[in-house]
Design a binder for this molecule. Structure first.
Ligand SMILES: [Zn+2]
Length: 373
């Protein structure tokens, strides 16, 4: 994530800190000096913050290590001022797996709290007799209250994350439960709406109580829910349509020995943005994208040949492949155009623009038929 730097690698997963945490540290020091805290109190507050972020980190490892059991890798874990984020390479497909991965985070916090229970029973309970009920200001600096503070914090983290505010853990749990009988798309739509209602509630509460953290988290949830719903919708649309719906049967091709000028002319002439490239034995050999051609034209002119700049390697599609498979192949091969082959004969091409335009047009025509005139 931009603006983050790695502090450790645990179980093969990089742990990143976001720079804005530095701000939070400075803010604590500033507030601490403002309240004329002594060194001991500042140390206590610093240790409490470290305990908070350690708890969040363990929570995220709860997600990451459970996800790994279902074959889902974690790119990294980022610690932000408003919490942590285990960035999974993809989401678990089966609702039951998503359920378990989502609930594992809060369960880690409850497990930490349970581990601290003996202290509360055997040290704190006997020691609290004769003490006056503490105010939050008394707690800072008093190590008698440190473990109870960490205990309460972990209960709070667990409960807060279980709020059904998609895409928070509770919202994912809700989505997973709904998905097993409503399907993923409808389940995500309902989870998004519930999440956004809670988010709006948080923002209103934040404004009423001048609590900026509530406003920030509310806005974050609102837009993350929308973004994640769009991903699911896109995935759903892609998997419902097939290559034969977007295949282009008229297309120009290039050869490795063609001058780049030819590629540039084809590109400027019209609707085609990316091209298949054949070798001198008339075998399909690779692809070249419009972006590459334009870049070369701008940086070093068009003196070379297509063969100097094209991307070798071909992954072919059939007419029956789904658009989701097209998207995956384009990602892994980093190719903007793919050949479509039937019975070992090249019958057409699919490029990224074709897929995007198809989905855009389909959306527009769908909304036209639904919307009353
Ligand atoms: Zn979580």
């Amino acid at each position: 994530m931009a603006g983050s730097f790695q502090i450790a690698k645990v179980f093969g997963i990089p742990v990143l800190l976001h720079w804005s945490l530095g701000f939070v540290a400075l803010l604590i020091l500033y507030l601490g000096f403002g309240k004329s805290m002594n060194f001991n109190e500042l140390l206590w507050v610093t240790l409490a913050m470290m305990a908070l972020f350690l708890s969040i980190l363990l929570h995220e490892f709860g997600h990451a290590l459970t996800a790994r059991r279902y074959g889902v890798q974690t790119k990294d874990i980022v610690l932000l001022p408003i919490g942590g984020l285990a960035r999974l390479s993809k989401l678990p497909e089966k609702p039951i797996h998503e359920f378990i991965v989502a609930i594992a985070g809060p369960l880690v916090n409850f497990a930490i709290a349970i581990l601290l229970l003996p202290y509360l029973y055997f040290v704190m309970a006997p020691g609290i007799e004769g003490r006056e009920a503490p105010t939050p200001n008394d707690i800072a600096g008093d190590y008698f209250y440190f473990i109870p503070f960490v205990f309460a914090m972990n209960i709070g983290l667990g409960v807060f994350n279980l709020l059904p505010a998609f895409p928070m853990d509770g919202g994912r749990i809700l989505r997973a439960l709904l998905a097993s009988w409503l399907g993923k798309l409808t389940a995500t739509r309902i989870a998004m709406i519930v999440g956004q209602l809670i988010a709006v509630g948080m923002v209103i509460l934040g404004f009423m109580g001048y609590n900026y953290l509530y406003i920030l988290i509310g806005l974050f949830i609102f837009f993350s829910a929308l973004r994640e719903f769009r991903w699911v919708k896109l995935d759903h649309d892609l998997s419902r349509h097939r290559v034969w719906e977007v295949v282009r049967r008229n297309f120009s091709v290039l050869h490795v020995s063609d001058p780049l000028q030819t590629a540039f002319d084809l590109l400027s002439r019209g609707p085609e943005h990316h091209f298949l490239v054949f070798d001198n034995q008339e075998q399909l050999s690779g692809t070249i994208s419009g972006e590459v051609i334009t870049q070369i034209a701008e940086s070093s002119g068009l003196s070379g040949e297509v063969g100097d700049y094209y991307r070798p390697g071909i992954a072919a599609l059939t007419l029956d492949n789904s658009l989701k498979e097209v998207d995956e192949v384009m990602r892994t091969s980093q190719s903007e155009i793919l050949p479509v082959v039937e019975n070992e004969v090249l019958v057409g091409v699919v490029d990224r623009e074709a897929v995007e335009n198809f989905l855009k047009f389909k959306d527009r025509s769908a909304s036209k038929t639904i919307r009353p005139a």
